[in-house]
Design a protein. Structure first.
Length: 319
């Protein structure tokens, strides 16, 4: 019986591995290729789901709408790539950063891509259902149900002793706090906090000396510099928000479209580097540092409010 169960589990694992491999589907001049990495995750981990569309030159691929969820998976980020020319037409990548909190086999459902032919007729093509094995982060020990600990018997003598000790500790704490308060009152006033743009520019200067770091480390640092600047300059709690949530918050600010796009490009590239193993070149890393520096210079606070507004709305002056 044990051998039979083990054989069935091996077959299920092999089927899951095969189902999670690259898929190729074609219809009406459009071909889709899908891939998922990693193919087995733990609850809360992020995975990279990639759809590559190969389209004939005369066919137009319509924009793909994205919801906050795809089946049991939450969409942490969606990054549509730019179309690239190929020998037989064009190619476009669609990157999905997903996560799920359901244990077991969770399926990425079929996604429908629509296209339009030169004669005006339309069609659609779907990706296959892709099962993903999701394991728990709990250990066997943490799942075990433990018995209720025995009640501690408190005698009257112990209760009186605890009360006396508590009063003594409270009195000592009050004395300590009073001395600490007097010491702070006698200290010189604290210096005002550093401007957010000074901190960001200093961080970019240091990051420029680490161009040979791995893409994950480098772009995690670049993203943190930009997110910290958002918090200090615009009071956006960016460190605990997704890139999509930050984009939505930036749209509410009086920034030019060009300035907002710089920040969006850098955050999207950082997500690809951290979650999709994208590795930009040394020259591209310098360009991304320059974009963040330009964004900071265009949006930093000046003492003259009119100068600050002119700098944000006129992309020619750094103030």
């Amino acid at each position: 019986m044990k051998k039979r169960t083990k054989f069935i589990m091996c077959l299920a694992g092999a089927w899951l591995l095969f189902s999670s491999a690259n898929h190729l589907l074609a219809a009406g001049g459009v071909r889709l290729q899908t891939s998922v990495e990693p193919r087995q995750v733990r609850v809360g981990d992020r995975l990279h789901f990639k759809v590559t569309a190969f389209v004939q030159e005369e066919i137009e691929l319509k924009p793909f709408p994205v919801d906050k969820t795809i089946g049991p998976f939450e969409v942490f980020n969606f990054i549509p790539g730019k179309p690239k020319p190929t020998k037989k037409g064009k190619q476009q990548d669609f990157h999905f950063i997903l996560t799920t909190f359901e244990v077991g086999v969770s399926t990425i459902p079929a996604l429908t891509f629509q296209y339009q032919k030169p004669d005006g007729s339309t069609g659609d093509i779907q990706t296959p259902d892709i099962p993903i094995q999701v394991t728990t982060v709990l250990t066997k020990e943490s799942k075990d149900i433990r018995g209720i600990k025995a009640f501690v018997k408190i005698t009257r003598q112990k209760l009186i002793l605890w009360i006396i000790v508590s009063v003594i500790v409270l009195a000592l704490l009050i004395i300590f706090l009073r001395k600490l308060l007097r010491k702070k009152q006698n200290q010189a006033p604290l210096e005002p906090p550093r401007p957010a743009h000074d901190i960001a520019l200093e961080g970019l200067e240091l990051l420029g000396t680490d161009l040979d770091e791995s893409a994950n480390v480098f772009y995690s640092g670049l993203s943190d510099i930009l997110r910290t600047y958002f918090e200090g300059r615009f009071l956006i709690s960016a460190m605990d928000k997704t890139s999509a949530e930050i984009f939505a918050a930036l749209r509410q600010l009086p920034l030019s479209m060009e300035v907002r796009q710089w920040a969006r490009d850098v955050l999207e590239i950082s997500d690809l580097a951290k979650f999709a193993k994208f590795d930009p070149s040394r020259e591209e890393r310098l360009e991304h540092i320059a974009r963040v520096r330009e964004f900071v210079l265009r949006t930093k606070i000046d003492l003259d409010p009119q100068t600050n507004m002119n700098k944000i709305n006129n992309p020619g002056s750094h103030g």
